[in-house]
Design a protein around this ligand. Structure first.
Ligand SMILES: Nc1ncnc2c1ncn2[C@@H]1O[C@H](COP(=O)(O)OP(=O)(O)OP(=O)(O)O)[C@@H](O)[C@H]1O
Ligand SMILES: [Mg+2]
Length: 255
């Protein structure tokens, strides 16, 4: 595959945290490499604690890797410029609960460096896109989990990004909320956006993603086109669930 088509390139990332008085080592990401093609819907999966959020945070410049590199749109992740056209939904978003979605989006629009006029022209469209028109002027403290997730998605979209990095966008949502987010992901992808998202909900990954990477214990244990990964194991087609369990088990037996 042509390297120029890769809009995200993560190479040999490593990150160790040191916690507590005795600086106990937690090797969150031991060696992770993968790349994402322009136009992909790309899934990041792995069990709890596998290193997904840590990797995504490194990509977003929120924490620094000990080793390895990130290229976003061909620009080194060391430079803020690399993230100018990237929208990010954190795993846990802490929004100021007294703000309304409109106020919050104005704030994030400013952070993206957008002018007042540009922000105002986008607000209604964006709020409608995430299905919050009825609650646009309600403070976030009165929002349900699913509504907050929609605000988070609107926040990720305010800068009209080419790439969206979504950390568990469906987590905690009911089936209707999950379908809404899944449909939005497809719609945004059809508009030309590249989307990388992490999830535990294998059916959503299976339905939406063309390519995936699977992590376990800070290591990449599989990656590639989903249909190819599911094609052959012992000469049989495999479900994503059985692939996921097998990879988790394989890695566990090595430790
Ligand atoms: N700030 C931190 N300080 C210390 N340890 C951390 C920190 N952030 C993450 N870790 C540890 O790093 C490992 C990987 O965590 P991470 O959040 O990346 O996993 P994850 O794959 O996103 O898991 P989940 O599916 O539960 O969201 C875990 O052992 C976690 O406890
Ligand atoms: Mg996580």
């Amino acid at each position: 595959m042509n390297d120029e088509n890769r809009v995200i390139k993560v190479s040999n990332l490593q990150k160790t945290f040191h916690i507590g008085f005795f600086r106990k080592k937690v090797e969150a990401v031991k060696d992770v490499s993968f790349s994402v093609k322009k136009g992909d819907i790309f899934g990041v999966l792995g069990p709890n604690g596998a290193g997904k959020t840590t990797t995504l945070k490194i990509m977003m410049g929120l924490i620094f890797a000990d080793k390895g590199s990130v290229l976003l749109n061909g620009i080194s992740g060391d430079s803020h410029k690399s993230r100018e056209k990237i929208g990010y939904l954190p795993e846990k978003a802490y929004f100021h609960e007294y703000l309304t979605p409109i106020e919050l989006l104005k704030f994030y629009g400013k952070l993206y460096g957008l002018g007042k006029k540009e922000i105002n022209s986008k607000l209604d469209i964006l709020i409608e896109k995430v299905g919050l028109s009825d609650a646009a002027k309600r403070p976030l403290k009165k929002f349900s989990k699913g509504m907050l997730q929609r605000v988070g998605l609107a926040q990720a979209l305010i800068g009209d990004p080419d790439i969206l990095v979504l950390d568990e966008p469906m987590s905690g949502l009911d089936p209707v909320g999950r379908k809404f987010v899944a449909d939005l992901i497809v719609e945004l992808n059809n508009e030309g956006k590249t989307i990388l998202f992490s999830s535990h909900i294998l059916s959503d990954i299976e339905r939406l993603c063309s390519r995936v990477v699977i992590f376990n214990k800070g290591l990449k244990v599989a990656d590639g086109a989903l249909d190819e990964l599911l094609e052959t194991h012992d000469g049989r087609a495999e479900t994503l669930e059985s692939l996921f369990m097998r990879k988790a088990f394989e890695e566990n037996t090595q430790k």
